[in-house]
Design a protein around this ligand. Structure first.
Ligand code: C2E
Ligand code: MG
Ligand code: MG
Length: 444
């Protein structure tokens, strides 16, 4: 298990259950959690023990090791869903899956674009596993659980979230019952700190992740992403920050800050004759702000930059109930020459609907399909299908979350021309991003 440093007493109000059948595993999990400062800790030996605990008292987190031959961790989301639907458990705990990660060889028949050829030779591929289960399969299962309202985090080496970050996420987003108000309230302190960060800029940083043409490795764009260092808790992942920002209605303020930093980057690159678009994430609610397209155009005009350099990525974290309004906003934005991208295609509840009814310049294939591309022929078929839709709809396509160099030729064969991911480049601070591009530009 990965452990990162904790602030003293940071997690001592969290109520945590470990799910482990044997004592060695239970002790390992308890050791890692205690060293982070978790004190309210109980071990459950089976799913029925978990059920008993959940019915008796509120639980914030269930930590479970994924191990060969033990399905309990995988069954947890359906257990929680059932208890919640039956009204037995009011507040759903988060689930953390952890375990030893290994690279296992998989031998299978060679195939072309997801179709097995009866005459083909066999191929050997190295697939990442956690406790005997392919990470891509765990990711699909976690995605389904999240769609059902159960937060599942996979804690593994090299991933964005470590144990301390994941516990922090629970502390910051946990709803607490307020007996005086007879309702649940959120952590007011965390909210004040988010307001302070966004209004003063304290603790906020903006990083840039390049996007590459897969064949030539030319940088063809970049995405701007926010980072927040909490005064007490340290680095907070956007998966925790964004729900707080949205709940507080600060999404437009955040957008403006990211836009400002992106314009700074564009101006520095323009001085070097590098003209690549930078994408800024925005929810449908942000895009539906009155006169949004005019605001964007004014800012770009003041900076003397062409509108085509700014791309807007529509995220699906806050759905827009008024599709007509969203359609009007997107059309106005595109009419001014800004590019619009549909983010995380394939995961949101309404992505197909959005694609059918609204017009975009680009779609981004969600990383969960990309990461499963080597292992699951179904993911290859989904990607091949998305590639042909993009062709039919005349959209550019970006494959996100490319973690393994070995998947790049396969993605290219499937028709993906542009990609983004740790295997190509990690998100970088603005200075590193600028020098990375300037250096490459000199030698290209
Ligand atoms: P997204 O827009 O899909 O951004 C891509 C996310 O994938 C980023 O996570 C990035 O760091 C991560 N990523 C890039 N390459 C890889 C890879 O190879 N493997 C893996 N596992 N992940 C990779 P991040 O920065 O944590 O952001 C998560 C989400 O939070 C973003 O997803 C976006 O929806 C939201 N977000 C981040 N920054 C902002 C922002 O400034 N404004 C808004 N509205 N949303 C933001
Ligand atoms: Mg994005
Ligand atoms: Mg995305």
């Amino acid at each position: 298990m990965i452990v990162n440093a904790a602030v003293p007493n940071e997690f001592n109000a969290l109520r945590v259950i470990t799910l482990a059948t044997d004592a060695t595993c239970a002790n390992r999990l308890a050791g890692a959690l205690s060293s982070m400062g978790v004190t309210a800790l109980t071990n459950a030996q089976s799913l029925s023990d978990v059920q008993t605990w959940l019915v008796e008292q509120p639980v914030d987190v269930i930590v479970c090791e994924i191990r060969p031959g033990c399905d309990d961790g995988l069954m947890l989301p359906s257990l929680l869903k059932g208890l919640h639907e039956a009204g037995t458990v009011a507040q759903l705990p988060s689930i953390f899956w952890t375990g030893e990660t290994t690279l296992n060889a998989q031998v299978r028949a060679a195939e072309e674009d997801g179709v097995v050829s009866p005459h083909a030779d066999t191929q050997q591929r190295w697939i990442k596993h956690m406790g005997g289960v392919a990470i891509s399969a765990l990711e699909s299962h976690a995605r389904l659980a999240r769609a059902a309202g159960i937060l599942v985090e996979i804690l593994r080496e090299g991933a964005t979230l470590e144990l301390g970050d994941a516990l922090r996420a629970v502390v910051l987003t946990r709803a607490k019952p307020d007996p005086q108000l007879h309702m649940t309230t959120f952590d007011a302190l965390a909210e004040d700190e988010v307001i302070n960060a966004l209004t003063t800029g304290e603790g906020l940083r903006f990083v840039f992740q390049p996007q590459f043409e897969l064949l030539s490795r030319r940088v063809v764009g970049a995405e701007a992403l926010v980072r927040w260092k909490h005064p007490r808790f340290g680095e907070i992942p956007p998966s925790v920050l964004m729900p707080l920002v949205n709940r507080l209605g600060l999404d437009l303020l955040l957008f403006s800050l990211v836009e400002m930093w992106s314009i700074r980057a564009m101006l520095a690159l323009k001085r070097e004759n590098i003209l690549i678009p930078i994408a800024v994430n925005a929810s449908a609610k942000t895009l539906c702000t009155p006169h949004f397209a005019d605001r964007l155009a004014t800012r770009m005009q003041q900076a003397e930059l062409p509108n085509r350099l700014l791309k807007i990525e529509l995220t699906e974290d806050v759905p827009e109930p008024d599709e007509l309004h969203l359609s009007a906003s997107l059309t106005a934005i595109r009419a001014k020459g800004f590019q619009v991208s549909l983010d995380d295609f394939g995961t949101g509840a309404a992505t197909l609907n959005l694609l059918a009814n609204l017009s975009f310049d680009e779609m981004k294939i969600d990383g969960s399909f990309v990461r499963a591309v080597e292992q699951h022929s179904s993911s290859r078929k989904v990607i091949a299908g998305i590639v042909s839709w993009a062709g039919l709809l005349n959209l550019n396509l970006v494959a996100e979350g490319i973690e393994d160099e070995s998947t790049i030729p396969l993605l290219h064969r499937l028709g993906c021309r542009v990609g983004q991911g740790y295997a190509l480049a990690r998100p970088m601070e603005i200075e590193a991003f600028l020098s990375f591009l300037i250096q490459r530009n000199k030698y290209q």
